[in-house]
Write a protein that binds this ligand. Sequence first.
Ligand SMILES: [Zn+2]
Length: 239
Amino acid sequence: MKKAMLCAVVFGLMNTAYADADWDYKHTHQWGSLSDKYAACNSVNQSPINIQGSVKAELEPLKFNYNTMIHAIENKGHTVQVDFAQGGELQLDGDTFVLKQFHLHSPSENLIKGKSYPLEIHFVHANTKGELAVVGMMYAEGLENPQLARLWQSLPKQKGQRNVLATPQPVNHMLPKNLQYYRFSGSLTTPPCSEGVRWLILKDIQQASAQQIAAFSKLMGHPNNRPVQPLNGRVIVEN
Ligand SMILES: [Zn+2]
């Protein structure tokens, strides 16, 4: 009886502490237990995944209209997020998904055939119903990336810091010419881990220099990738 009460008290304290401290990358397997609003983190269609055993399909070509400018870059603590003066668009499934922001993970969250990359970018889009489509793009270590070089000049050092770019950068320059992709259904990779996200991972691998990769991971101070989640019967298609 005493023990049960103590457990209840300790559990209550833990819940309060977690609610205040929120989530971190050291305890990714506990996210679903931190709060009722994070319950989806324990669900079965979670992201990221290891992209393996994909099936060739007649996928529609991705139609990006990224004629918008990168306006500001913000250090969110868990990632660095880039905002725009006004949204670009992605046409998908007969619907318009507006580009909301993009952010970075190091190392990559999704794996391609078991391979991890040092950097993955997530372009996050939403339609008018609030449904999400995330386009992922990988960077391997190689040549310096000119688009990232311009962004890195304004990399905010402190959590909460937001730097407005002196010269706004066009977003469409970040996309490769080859827009072949993998597609699957998944979730947000951070709490609340909401499902029903359309995931599109570009096959074309970009390059970034060792210094550029190091600058980002040093800024984060810790890896900001959630480990891969079980596929649980989901099908991955590719074109
Ligand atoms: Zn992400």
